[in-house]
Design a protein around this ligand. Structure first.
Ligand SMILES: [Zn+2]
Length: 399
């Protein structure tokens, strides 16, 4: 059979954060609030916390209310009472004993007291929408600084050193505010999973609140604009240029070009290996490449100076398949192929063994490197300057 070369470069979906802050699979939703309304809310961010959930329990710690956004009708909610919420057919929501419209807002009178949702505490208010007769979508609307408390709790945790937490606060604030500025989605600005920043509520911990408070308003900028401040778990010894991971995206600002990082060597994710049986590779390729039935070899054909893989060539019975390193990772599963920093790849029994370094897309701040630098006494500003060379730390009020 004549070999054909399939140089396929499809839109990359970053493992940890999206290049343009808006997910490509963003769902259509309710009409976007008028700009004046959103501005009046101040620095409020809308985070989608549940997408298509069947049923959930809501409990408030302070007196509150549920407002039917279609009719304007408001009902009082009693503190410490559990309300069962689920769709009640098309266009309606069953809120305990009430049948309400398809768009609801739940809020408490005391913003210091959380709303408990599915056993997790949330600040701000909740917007519920019946997406169909079976599913609810839920968006948490809250102050950006409150949101950061939740992000830091999930992305690092209170056991991490203070200067690493502060560096993460500045990075996550920059990321969130940029998403807010660029949001074009009707219903929310950010999701809450690893494609964005992980968020599942705002448990209060003194140390994390301090990290957010002591960096209040600080953001990373480059040439006067908010920097797309990405981060990942561990870079494996060199952070990646954004261009290597997302070559089709907009021009890469200099601070996202990648740096050598000796600090994350002790991370449990510094090195990894995985064995992929041939049937697993074939079934992973099947949805996008149904013509492939056999795989003869896997080979790295182009690597960036950082060590991250640009292109991998798969020799198949349907010809040569060239995949971006990051795309290869997504297809095979980003939990299996922990990064595109693949160091060795060889055939082994009925499959392939793959060795690599780091965890995540590798762009921006390496969290494990930031942790080690903080433990060595570096300040959060020094950590940020290390990972984002040429970027400035500014106050968002100056932008
Ligand atoms: Zn690193």
């Amino acid at each position: 059979m004549r070999e054909r070369s399939l140089k396929i470069c499809r839109l990359a979906v970053p493992a940890l954060c999206l290049w343009a802050a808006n997910a490509p699979d963003i769902r259509a939703g309710a009409p976007r609030a008028p700009e004046a309304t959103r501005q009046a809310q101040g620095e409020t961010i809308r985070v989608e916390i549940f997408n298509e959930i069947q049923k959930i329990q809501i409990e408030l710690e302070s007196p509150g209310s549920v407002t039917d956004l279609d009719s304007g009708e408001t009902r009082r909610l009693t503190p410490n009472q559990v309300y069962e919420v689920e769709p009640a057919g098309l266009g309606q929501i069953h809120f305990d004993n009430w049948i309400l419209g398809s768009h609801l807002r739940v809020s408490g009178e005391n913003p210091q007291k959380p709303i408990w949702l599915g056993g997790r505490p949330y600040r701000g208010s909740l917007k519920l929408r019946s997406a169909s007769s079976k599913w609810l979508n839920i968006v948490n609307e809250l102050d950006v600084e409150d949101y950061l408390n939740g992000v830091l709790a999930k992305e690092m945790g209170e056991n991490w050193p203070m200067e690493a937490l502060k560096a993460q606060a500045v990075v996550s604030r920059s990321y969130a505010l940029r998403a807010l500025k660029r949001s074009s989605n009707n219903s929310f600005d950010l999701g809450s999973d690893t494609r964005f920043q992980v968020y599942d509520g705002t448990p209060r911990t003194e140390k994390i609140e301090r990290a957010v408070r002591e960096t209040a308003g600080e953001v990373l900028t480059y040439k006067g604009d908010l920097l797309p401040a990405y981060f990942h778990s561990c870079c494996g010894g060199h952070t990646s240029s954004a261009k290597t991971i997302w070559p089709d995206s907009e021009p890469v600002p200099a601070p996202l070009s990648g740096v050598a990082d000796r600090y994350c060597r002790l991370s449990p994710h510094y090195g990894w290996k995985v064995f992929l049986p041939l049937p697993a590779i074939l079934s992973a390729l099947k949805p996008d490449y149904p013509e492939v039935n056999k795989i003869y070899s896997l080979r790295v054909i182009q690597r960036a100076a950082s060590g991250y893989v640009r292109w991998i060539r798969i020799k198949t019975d349907a010809g040569m398949l060239d995949l971006l390193g990051n795309r290869f990772r997504q297809i095979l599963g980003s939990d299996q192929i922990k990064s595109a920093y693949i160091t060795r790849l060889f055939s082994y029994q009925n499959g392939f063994a793959i060795l690599g370094r780091g965890w995540g897309h590798g762009v921006g701040m390496c969290q494990w490197g930031a942790k080690a630098q903080a433990e060595k006494g570096k300040s959060y500003k020094s950590i940020l300057r290390f990972y984002f060379r040429g970027a400035a730390i500014d106050h968002r009020a100056n932008l």
